[in-house]
Design a protein around this ligand. Structure first.
Ligand code: AMP
Length: 116
C-alpha cells in the first residue's frame, strides 16, 4: 500500500483516538472534526487510494466500511437521530489522504453540502 498518515495510524506509529476496530476496519476520530462526532473508517489491509481505484472485488470491503460506520453509530446511540457518511474522491471533493476512508458525521443537525 502506498503509505499515508493512515498507514502510520494502522501500525500504531502515530497516535489516534481509535474508537472502532474489527478484523478489516479501523475507526478513529478525525483530527479536525467537522461535526460533534466525526469518525473515519478505513480498511486495514487493502491498498485502495480512492474510490475510483476500487474494483468489483472490493465490493465486500466497501460494504464493510459502511456497516462498520452504521454499527458504531448504533453502539454510540447516534442512529436514532441520524448521521451522514461521506467518501471524498480526489481533488474536486477535497480528498487529502489517499487511503480510502469513510467519514461519519453526527451529533447535531448537519448543514447542506455538495455545492461549490
Ligand atoms: P479527506 O479530505 O476526505 O481526504 O479526509 C481526510 C481527513 O483526515 C480530514 O478530515 C483530516 O482532518 C483527517 N486527518 C488527517 N490526519 C489525521 C490524523 N493524524 N488523525 C486523524 N484524522 C486525520
Amino acid at each position: 500500500m502506498t503509505d499515508t498518515i493512515f498507514g502510520k495510524i494502522i501500525r500504531r506509529e502515530i497516535p489516534a483516538s481509535i474508537v472502532y476496530e474489527d478484523d478489516d476496519i479501523l475507526g478513529f476520530r478525525d483530527i479536525a472534526p467537522q461535526a460533534p462526532v466525526h469518525v473515519l473508517f478505513i480498511p486495514k489491509h487493502q491498498p485502495i487510494p480512492t474510490l475510483d481505484d476500487a474494483a468489483a472485488g472490493d465490493a465486500a470491503l466497501l460494504g464493510r466500511l459502511m456497516l462498520a460506520a452504521a454499527a458504531y453509530a448504533r453502539r454510540e446511540g447516534l442512529a436514532q437521530d441520524g448521521y451522514r457518511v461521506v467518501m471524498n474522491c480526489r481533488e474536486h471533493a477535497g480528498q487529502t489522504v489517499f487511503h480510502i476512508h469513510l467519514h461519519l458525521l453526527a451529533g447535531a443537525p448537519l448543514g447542506q453540502f455538495g455545492t461549490p
